[in-house]
Design a protein around this ligand. Structure first.
Ligand code: EPU
Length: 417
């Protein structure tokens, strides 16, 4: 199994290019199931979760062609199966995004129920409630969601918790349902807007994406389309944090600063110099990092997917920072590993109090999920000596060659295979 070795202490300089957003590409790939015509996606990041989604679609009989340079062609001509099997869903819970499209197109779907994961229980009850309101009959048997519907119909759906993939599943189902669907308290993430753009390019009638009320007028059929995926805002934020913690000055290209308003404001608050262009950022690390309080929230709030990286940064701030995780109940798994490197973090339920600055020292560490792994890479950049990060497959699920990109900025980092 690959490991990553980082030797801390080198400031970063140069330019890094951001890849396409994993969490936009995943629903976009599933949307291709809504038509039998060819769909072409570009700016898709070549990360492991995308390959896994390719396998999920291929298992249903779709032709999925990964081309060089982040282009993926999907043709779901006629489907041979409507099942997302346990073996795939257990490796990637986003596989549940096939549920809406399959129901809308085939009138049936059999999707393994994802179990809990490292960051929380993560139920899908809201996805199921919404699809039932749209006329689906749903049973959970033998660990599988068995869903059926002759033809889905429009409905008024209110989510009492904001759910990103739940909103996406309903948008896709509603795009081919009969009548109008209103999704209230919908997720507002940029990835939702990206999916709406893709669905509309396929002939759907989706409006309001990016706000908390989305309206979808169902159409009889959707057609093929080409769509370019938005840049990954979490990868962007991770590189801002990398520069802030390692020191130096970098330019981040091919990003979308307006998708990171809360994150960039927080970085400014702690002293990072951030200059924004329309699709690039210039970042200069502060000499002294100020502490800050952060609470994770649905978009446009501070994203939970940046919480671990920000916590690592706060270990280097002068003073006390409070970090509250309000989205997932168990997303502090990095705390123990950061503590092993010398951080001073008191954890109390969903609140972590970070006292800084503490000198970090390199250690052998191991991560349990994607963003926690990224936070350990950042810790390695600031630590004295060598840090070895185990279980790099977590990182590879969502970051395209993060080791190579950091090495391009002057970091002393390598992958041990
Ligand atoms: N929730 C329910 N019932 C549901 C659905 C969600 O109670 O039916 C709860 C969850 O347990 C959680 C909260 O609602 O407490 C929000 O979960 P959400 O459904 O929004 O999360 P998700 O759609 O499963 C996506 C991203 C995650 C990201 C979250 C929050 C994708 C593929 N995944 O997950 O990304 O953390 O939204 O922004 O889009 C990552 O990339 O590292 C990652 C985990």
């Amino acid at each position: 199994m690959d490991k990553i070795r980082v030797v801390g202490g080198r400031p970063l300089e140069g330019t890094v290019r951001i890849s396409g957003a994993k969490n936009a590409s995943l629903p976009d790939l599933c949307a291709a199931l809504l038509t039998d015509e060819p769909v072409r996606l570009s700016n898709v990041p070549e990360v492991r979760d995308i390959r896994t989604m390719g396998r999920v679609l291929a298992a249903m009989g779709a032709e999925v062609d990964f081309r060089v340079g982040g282009v993926v062609d999907v043709k779901a001509g006629s489907l041979t199966s409507v099942e997302a099997p346990y073996d795939l869903v257990k490796t990637m819970r986003a596989s549940v995004l096939v549920l809406g499209p399959l129901l809308a197109r085939e009138g049936k779907a059999r999707v393994s129920l994802p179990g809990g994961c490292a960051i929380g229980a993560r139920p899908i009850n809201l996805h199921l409630m919404a699809l039932e309101k749209m006329g689906a009959t749903i049973a959970v048997e033998h660990g599988y969601v068995e869903a059926r519907a002759d033809r889905l119909h429009g409905a008024e759906i209110y989510f009492d918790t904001v759910t990103v993939t739940g909103t996406e599943n309903v948008m896709m189902a509603a795009s081919r349902a009969e009548g109008v669907t209103l999704i209230q308290n919908s997720a507002c993430e940029p990835e939702i807007e990206d999916l709406a753009q893709m669905l509309n390019a396929m002939g759907a009638k989706v409006s309001g994406a990016g706000t908390s009320e989305i309206r979808v007028e169902g159409v009889e059929r959707l057609h093929g389309a080409s769509h370019s995926v938005i840049p990954d805002r979490i990868e962007t934020g991770t590189f801002v944090a990398a520069c802030a913690i390692a020191g130096g000055e970098i330019e981040i290209r091919a990003c979308r600063p307006q998708h990171l308003r809360a994150v960039l404001d927080k970085f400014r608050e702690i002293g990072v110099r951030v200059e924004e262009g329309p699709d690039n950022l210039r970042i200069r690390a502060p000499r002294v990092i100020r502490p800050a309080n952060v609470t994770t929230q649905p978009h446009p709030g501070f994203p939970t997917d940046m919480q671990a990286q920000f916590m690592t940064l706060m270990t280097q701030a002068t003073g006390t920072s409070t970090i509250t995780e309000s989205i997932f109940e168990n997303r502090f798994m990095h705390v123990a590993e950061l503590s092993r490197m010398g951080a001073s973090i008191a954890e109390n339920g969903r609140v972590a109090i970070v006292s800084g600055p503490t000198a970090l020292s390199g250690a052998q560490v191991m991560a349990t999920d994607l963003r926690a792994s990224a936070s350990l890479v950042l810790a390695g950049l600031a630590a004295g000596g060598e840090t070895i990060i185990d279980r790099v497959y977590h990182l590879d699920r969502g970051y395209y060659r993060i080791d190579e990109k950091l090495r391009g900025l002057g970091a002393d980092i390598e992958r041990l295979t």
